[in-house]
Design a binder for this molecule. Structure first.
Ligand code: BEZ
Length: 211
């Protein structure tokens, strides 16, 4: 069964560059971002791992724990992380899972045989403090991810987890939000004291509530 939004993120114990860890224990009460890399010693993956390391403080600020995975063995990861530090301006500062038996990759359905039957695609799973999967993204091996977009969706997930709003197209932290259609105008009056603009009964725009 593939993992779907709202499911409990499968727990696992795995060997990583920071020792053996149990996934749910590693996450603790934080948010988490699990992301897969098709293969060690490949160019796009090297840039991604470096960028996540350089910008880790921005994930820490949002209480998001990073953890990468590649199906290559731990000895291979140890060699590769030297290259990442050498070429990307930052040393790896979060664990990278070694998954040679593809246990984690299989549990998270990261191998898409019609794309490649050996390597994982570039999956991203963002997991809430309740261990539920809040967001899933899938990129092919040839396309690197965008750190700004990942931080943007985390901002949206954390905002909408705590306030009765949704975020519109191209939203970024600080922009106006949309009041969820299930909230009546009467209830919205107490939740959104700054008020809102009604463009349509189902489209009510309000300033970001936590700003
Ligand atoms: C890369 O990370 O550069 C990559 C990995 C697998 C296939 C193609 C590119």
């Amino acid at each position: 069964m593939p993992v779907r939004l709202g499911d409990t993120a499968p727990d696992f114990t795995a060997e990583t560059t920071e020792g053996t860890l149990r996934f749910h224990e590693y996450l603790g009460s934080s948010w988490g971002m699990l992301f897969s890399h098709p293969k060690d010693f490949t160019p796009v993956c090297t840039t991604e791992l470096g960028a996540f390391a350089r910008r880790k403080a921005e994930f820490d600020h949002r209480d998001v724990k990073l953890i990468g995975i590649s199906v290559d063995p731990i000895e291979s990861h140890r060699g590769w992380i030297g290259d990442i530090a050498e070429t990307q301006g930052a040393a790896l500062n979060y664990p990278l899972i070694a998954d040679p038996e593809r246990k984690v990759a299989t549990a998270y359905d990261m191998i898409h045989p019609n794309a490649n039957d050996t390597f994982t695609v570039r999956s991203v799973f963002i997991i809430g403090p309740d261990k539920k999967v809040k967001l899933m993204l899938t990129y092919p091996a040839s396309t690197g991810r965008n750190v700004d977009e990942l931080l943007r969706v985390i901002d949206s997930l954390q905002l909408t987890a705590n306030h009765a709003v949704a975020t519109p197209v191209d939203w970024k932290d600080g922009d106006d939000c949309i009041i969820v259609p299930s909230l009546s105008d009467a209830d919205a009056k107490t939740k959104f004291p700054k008020g809102w603009k009604t463009l349509k009964p189902y489209l009510r725009v309000t300033p970001q509530p936590n700003k």
